[in-house]
Design a protein around this ligand. Structure first.
Ligand code: SF4
Length: 208
């Protein structure tokens, strides 16, 4: 179990899966740069993060619902949670479905928070992509649950280590708003191994 002081944002899981260095820059070094894509996503989220609730067709919907899991050490908000009456999280995403499973992991993390908070089994949720304007249902099966737990543990290990890793070779730097701060090409041109880089970062100043 984690303490309240050790909780990390749910969004860190998605950042970690996209690029561990991006996750460390945002959640460890607390840096952020916006580009057009992130700005559009932020504006879209501001609409659903406004809070409130409604009941339509017998289903209650809570918007911007606060979530927390002490078991996984996570805190954040769900864009919307529908109560059928079993909780059913719905996450709004700007753009189109991604190749990776970062959106599914983030949604599953919301479900695991809801299970811990309500004691109910949350079997499914949905991702709503703005570009397609329709839902994709996600079943929270065992492999997805185990992967989500593993990613949460990796994020905590990254943050506890207090070391920002170097740029991965396959990172999607072209679409990353942090590239001007991260300078992945400069870093890679130095061609240092990860071990060398970490050793350099941790080297103590010499005695006078
Ligand atoms: S620029 Fe590339 S390496 Fe740097 S944080 Fe973004 S995705 Fe990761």
């Amino acid at each position: 179990m984690y303490s309240e002081d050790d909780l990390v944002p749910l969004s860190a899981l998605q950042h970690f899966l996209v690029c561990p260095r991006q996750c460390a820059l945002i959640h460890l070094e607390q840096v952020w740069l916006e580009n057009r894509q992130t700005a559009e996503g932020r504006v879209a989220h501001e609409r659903v993060d406004g809070g409130g609730s409604e009941t339509r067709d017998g289903i209650r919907r809570v918007f911007g619902m606060a979530l927390r899991s002490l078991r996984l050490g996570l805190v954040g908000r769900a864009d919307a949670v529908e109560f059928h009456p079993v909780p059913f999280p719905v996450e709004h995403k700007h753009g189109r479905p991604k190749v990776g499973d970062e959106d599914r992991v983030q949604l599953c993390a919301q479900a695991l928070c809801l299970e811990e908070m309500t004691g109910e089994t949350v079997a499914a949720g949905a991702l709503f992509y703005g570009e397609r304007r329709r839902r994709t249902e996600v079943n929270f099966d065992e492999p997805l649950r185990r992967r989500t737990e593993a990613v949460a543990a990796s994020v905590h290990a990254l943050i506890t280590a207090l070391v920002t890793p170097p740029p991965p070779e396959q990172a999607p730097c072209g679409a990353c708003s942090l590239a001007p701060l991260c300078r992945p090409d400069d870093f890679r041109s130095q061609r240092r191994s990860v071990a060398e880089w970490i050793a350099a970062r941790l080297r103590l100043p010499e005695d006078p």
